[in-house]
Design a protein around this ligand. Structure first.
Ligand code: NAD
Length: 297
């Protein structure tokens, strides 16, 4: 049993914190939204009045916040008066938010200077994986911190990877989500091209699944309505992984590419297509709805 401060109880953080409570850890939570805290209190967590009050003397601090600016403000504060200034080497700090690699590196280096173990630990898997405890974690930080991190992350996920030093978790996440966008668009394009020649998308999917076009979008998340009963496409592209979040992740991937002076033409094209799709009013819909954009061309 560990003592854990969990900050950020939204769509992802809420169910992740509940899994820690269910696993028997003593969890103290904080969120700016009182209703989110009340839900965790009902599940067995303690609620703190502030983030600073939540972290006092805990084994782990875990954050699941919207973006880099929230993570920077939470840990570093305005002038070094953030949460890190309240901690010492007895606490392991895990930021599970999806943020820019630069902020993750900055917070990781600041923590290292203070003798605190920090890992950027973004996740793959959406709300269902958060609730089911089946997330994949991609961690960036020191090997010693990773050994401590995996002990607690194992109660929220099933695949836990050490990607490299501080920031490497965010780089891995950016690479993965850029590839996801690209193969979702490619899968949609191939299915629509076949359908326009009169092929049944289900038959074409079976052919490509048994051939070299096989990929995750085709296998478990088919974008063509009616091909796969459980996919968001067969339910009006609801619920799922929102176009808004894909656009956010592709923006982060572009910054990762630029940070290495790397030209990523397919990633840029995917970002442009998803941004246009978002502007057309599809932000809250599942990202596999990109098929409709291709159908409208
Ligand atoms: P969300 O907006 O539902 O939740 C964020 C929570 O953080 C909110 O409850 C908000 O009140 C709280 N918050 C914001 N600033 C705070 C602060 N300073 N102190 C305390 N609480 C604060 O977002 P989400 O869907 O849970 O996503 C969280 C992170 O996980 C994001 O970085 C997102 O990109 C990433 N992610 C989301 C998904 C998904 O499918 N939703 C999947 C993978 C990764």
């Amino acid at each position: 049993m560990a003592t854990v401060a969990f900050i950020g109880l939204g769509n992802m953080g809420g169910p992740m914190a509940k899994n820690l409570v269910a696993a028997g850890h003593a969890v103290t939570v904080f969120d700016l939204v009182p209703e989110a805290c009340a839900e965790l209190e009902a599940a067995g967590a303690s609620v703190a009045e502030t983030a600073a009050a939540a972290v006092a003397g805990v084994d782990y601090v875990i954050t699941m916040l919207p973006a880099g600016k929230h993570v920077r403000a939470t840990y570093l504060g305005d002038d070094g008066n953030g949460l890190l200034s309240l901690l010492d080497g007895s606490t392991t700090v895990l930021d599970c938010s999806t943020i820019d690699a630069e902020t993750a590196r900055d917070v990781g280096l600041a923590a290292k200077d203070m003798g605190i173990g920090f890992m950027d630990s973004p996740v793959s898997g959406g709300v269902a994986a958060a609730a089911g405890g089946t997330l994949a974690f991609m961690c960036g930080g020191e090997a010693e911190t990773f050994e401590k991190a995996r002990l607690i992350l194992a109660d929220m996920g099933k695949n836990i990877f050490h990607a490299g030093p501080a920031g490497a978790g965010q780089v891995a996440k950016g690479c993965n989500n850029m590839l996801l966008a690209i193969h979702m668009i490619g899968t949609s394009e191939a299915l629509e091209m076949g359908a326009r020649h009169g092929l049944d998308p289900k038959v074409l999917s079976d052919i490509m699944l048994a051939s070299s076009g096989r990929n995750w979008s085709l296998e478990v998340y088919n974008p063509y309505p009616g091909v796969m009963e459980t996919a968001p496409a067969s339910n009006g592209y609801q619920p799922g992984f929102m176009v808004d979040l894909m656009v956010k992740d592709l923006g982060l991937a572009m910054a990762i590419a630029e940070g290495a002076g790397f030209d990523n033409p397919m990633g840029q094209l995917a970002r442009d297509l998803y941004e246009e799709h978002q502007k057309d009013g599809n932000g809250p819909r599942d990202f596999s709805s990109i098929l409709e954009k291709l159908q409208s061309e």
